[in-house]
Design a protein around this ligand. Structure first.
Ligand code: KG4
Ligand code: ZN
Length: 328
């Protein structure tokens, strides 16, 4: 089954054609990052307007690169939430219109479930259950236990900032271009141990995370002006990675997970990937970096599998901005 998938929840306009929820024929991502960089963050109205401009051309390009026409598409899927309302509406309505016009099945997809299912886009055997998913993006940091496919129990997560958000905010403190995550990672490549020690919020007895204290400590370190950008970036990244990898590996053991699935933009961080590989007692899966950050192939991955189970979304369904794992 060929699914045309659309993603527009934040600042990437993306479309992809995915076969049977496992094989990408194309994946086109039009990033708005440069448009927002001047503002130091994403401006929702600017994002919606740019999605409107790009959605048509991006869909056409995804079809062209897949070498197919709409006649060869069996279903349409689009991100339903969570995300920015105005941004979501563009892709979701484009998907519905295409499905209606072509009389095709339509599926609204949860963006975070999509991130997890980027792990299905490969030729390797499917992930084994029960699995523990670590979802680390710009808006979310969740530890989710998956007893079986499509079943989610949030067992922990951030109490304040998401990991990506913390990277972006500290990037701003360090005067690095937006988004801070990849920039901090780049600076930290040249770093190493120094006498700067930033706090790790272990929150004993819980599987939760907190990054706001770390962010404040980074602010004080910047103000003290004793350390270079590279030193602060390195220590900040180590502090985030330490807690994410430490808690994920411990919980995977405690819950008897057979695999750990890592997902979301921060999962493209090289140090996080290394530390998870090193510490987790069970096999871990992390998509290649281009499938960790926002894309539509991941939306096609989950959509293809849910469509095969007969699931559909009514055309009068609405978008949602907040996530609720229990409702996914
Ligand atoms: O999943 P994503 O593309 O969009 C959301 O759904 O939020 O994640 C974007 C987040 C941003 O906060 C960005 O700074 C972060 O992922 N990110 C990284 C890296 N690449 C992207 N954070 C740390 N290291 C990276 N290499
Ligand atoms: Zn995302």
């Amino acid at each position: 089954m060929n699914v045309l998938a659309i993603e527009s929840s934040c600042d990437e306009t993306a479309a992809a054609v995915v076969v049977d929820g496992r094989r990408e024929l194309s994946s086109v991502v039009a990033s708005q990052v440069e448009m927002h960089a001047g503002f130091g963050g994403i401006v929702p109205e600017v994002a919606s307007r740019q999605h409107l401009r790009m959605i048509g051309p991006v869909i056409e390009q995804a079809l062209a690169e897949a070498g197919c026409t709409l006649d060869e598409i069996d279903a349409v899927a689009a991100t339903q939430g969570p995300g920015l309302a105005g941004a979501l509406l563009v892709g979701f309505n484009a998907g519905k219109a295409l499905a209606y016009g072509r009389q095709l099945p339509f599926l609204g997809v949860n963006h975070l479930e999509g991130h997890v299912y980027a792990n299905w886009l490969s030729e390797t055997p499917e992930p084994l259950f029960p699995a523990l998913a670590l979802v680390v993006s710009g808006g979310h940091t969740d530890l989710v236990f998956m007893e079986r496919k499509g079943h989610y129990l949030r067992v922990g997560g951030t109490l304040d900032d998401a990991a990506g958000e913390a990277f972006d905010k500290v990037g701003r403190l360090l005067d690095l271009p937006f988004p801070g995550g990849p920039q901090i990672a780049r600076e930290a490549e040249d770093g190493g141990t120094s006498d700067l020690s930033l706090p790790r919020a272990w929150l004993p007895g819980t599987m939760d995370f907190s990054f706001s204290g770390l962010k404040t400590a980074a602010l004080h370190a910047v103000r003290e002006a004793r350390w270079t950008t590279v030193q602060i970036a390195w220590e900040f990244q180590e502090a985030v990675v330490d807690v994410l990898a430490g808690k994920t590996s411990r919980l995977s053991r405690e819950l008897g997970a057979r695999e750990v699935l890592v997902a979301g933009g921060v999962a493209s961080n090289r140090r996080l990937r290394e530390e998870l590989q090193r510490r987790c007692p069970v096999p871990i899966r992390i998509p290649p970096p281009r499938l960790c950050t926002d894309n539509a192939a991941m939306i096609g991955a989950i959509a293809g599998q849910r469509l095969a189970l007969g699931e559909r979304t009514e055309l009068d369904a609405d978008i949602y901005t907040q996530n609720d794992w229990a409702a996914v």
